[in-house]
Design a binder for this molecule. Structure first.
Ligand SMILES: Cc1cc2nc3c(=O)[nH]c(=O)nc-3n(C[C@H](O)[C@H](O)[C@H](O)COP(=O)(O)OP(=O)(O)OC[C@H]3O[C@@H](n4cnc5c(N)ncnc54)[C@H](O)[C@@H]3O)c2cc1C
Length: 383
């Protein structure tokens, strides 16, 4: 693993860094409600799109810059370093677009990719259900053929951004008699129909980032099947693989920034001599550095073997636990302010609780590390 950037990589970094300095996002509107904040992130994405920076890792032919893996990591590090928000259509850019590029027909790519980049059409991910999260393949939402269409009925949950989405990456059961991984199909469902009801779920932070979806005979034309009927599990794995690989670099930079902010807050309050706080800072500092190096090692493996390895699960597990510990330390350092609704510190502390669940729970990630990285025997479920 060589952590020195080439001249091309440095030029790419400097170009994006100067663009960010000259084109900052509109001012953060603050605590103005979910809709206004979403509109702000949409405006920011349009600015990135017009500057050609919405998704540099996408191939040139689809509106990206054909950035290498290292350049893409640099891009996300710079987004984190500049403390600018991620684009509004982050699921479309990181998950939906790359899935279409692998499995979509030419017509689907032609129709859907550009509006993802321009934030004209927001995408959401309709995978999880009340009884299917970690064990996604046991999902029950069903789709039945009706002429040239499919009729979909079921319930989804935790669907982030569904209230703003035009399209939903929906996995549904099309063959109830097939083994559970084989009877699934991946659809693109139009959210703008009465048969899809979106009910926001209020989170501990006060915002409603995710939703329940109640779907009753929603209509999806056959041309919106992605990757073929009965092939939904494989297509969903492409989406999930991109989910774990995409955000790593932004997240580890943000973790570093929060820890630096906590250290500054501790210094301001003369708490750096408190041995308990000093010990925790030292350990979290070492963890942050280990996570950064593991993220780069994962990228080297992807370059070498063509796809992210199971080690990515280790990075997500360590990042989520460390982020929770850093925000807890912030609460110990700043005191009541971290527990006061509406402050930046309280947002970080409360939002971090979901980190060990979203994108794969810590227990599932530990299973993956045990079985696929360490080669331990598979866990036999108790009868
Ligand atoms: C902030 C946030 C945003 C989200 N956004 C989306 C989204 O946009 N779209 C979407 O589809 N989903 C989304 N999710 C859902 C997320 O993917 C699921 O919550 C996650 O996969 C876990 O599923 P579950 O909630 O059903 O828990 P379960 O799978 O029921 O798990 C419950 C508990 O059992 C443990 N467990 C389960 N199976 C095992 C096992 N085999 N071995 C050991 N322990 C096990 C889990 O670790 C967990 O502690 C989001 C979640 C969060 C927190």
């Amino acid at each position: 693993m060589d952590l020195t950037f080439s001249d091309d990589e440095l030029a790419f970094r400097d170009e994006f860094r100067s663009w960010l300095a000259e084109n900052p996002p509109p001012p953060d509107p603050g605590d103005v409600g979910d809709d206004a904040r979403n509109a702000w992130r949409g405006a920011w994405q349009r600015q990135l799109y017009e500057g050609g920076w919405a998704a540099p890792n996408w191939p040139n032919e689809y509106g990206g810059r054909g950035a290498t893996l290292t350049q893409s990591a640099i891009y996300f590090e710079e987004i984190g370093r500049a403390r600018v928000p991620l684009p509004a259509n982050v699921l479309g850019i990181l998950l939906g677009g790359p899935t279409l590029m692998v499995w979509g027909t030419d017509e689907q790519k032609e129709r859907y990719l550009t509006p993802i980049l321009s934030a004209e059409e927001i995408w959401c991910q309709g995978f999880s259900e009340p009884d299917a999260g970690s064990d996604l393949a046991s999902l029950k939402t069903r789709a039945v053929k009706d002429g040239d269409d499919w009729l979909v009925t079921g319930q989804k949950v935790w669907t982030s951004g569904a209230q703003y989405a035009k399209w939903c990456m929906l996995v549904a059961r099309t063959d109830p008699d097939a083994p559970k991984h084989k009877g699934l199909t991946y659809f693109l469902m139009d959210m703008e129909q009465d048969e899809v009801q979106v009910r926001p779920l209020r989170q501990i932070t006060g915002e409603a980032e995710f939703n329940e979806l109640f779907i009753e005979d929603a209509r999806i034309p056959d041309e919106n099947v992605i990757g073929g009927v009965g092939n939904g599990w494989k297509v969903a794995l492409t989406t999930l693989m991109n989910e774990r690989a995409g955000l790593g670099f932004t997240l580890q930079i943000r973790l570093r920034q929060i820890l630096d902010d906590v250290i500054a807050a501790a210094a301001e309050r003369d708490k750096l001599d408190d041995p308990r706080i000093a010990d925790e800072i030292a350990e979290l500092n070492a963890r942050c550095e280990a996570i950064r190096l593991m993220a780069w090692k994962g990228l080297t493996d992807t370059e070498r073997y063509g796809q992210p390895g199971p080690e990515g699960s280790l990075v997500k597990w360590l990042w989520s636990e460390t982020n929770q510990r850093v925000t807890q330390l912030a609460a110990d350092v700043v005191g009541a302010e971290a527990l006061t609704a509406g402050t930046g510190w309280s947002y970080e502390l409360l939002r971090a609780r979901g980190n060990t669940i979203e994108g794969g729970t810590t227990e599932i990630l530990k299973n993956i590390v045990a079985e696929r990285v360490l080669g331990l025997p598979r866990l036999k479920a108790a009868a």
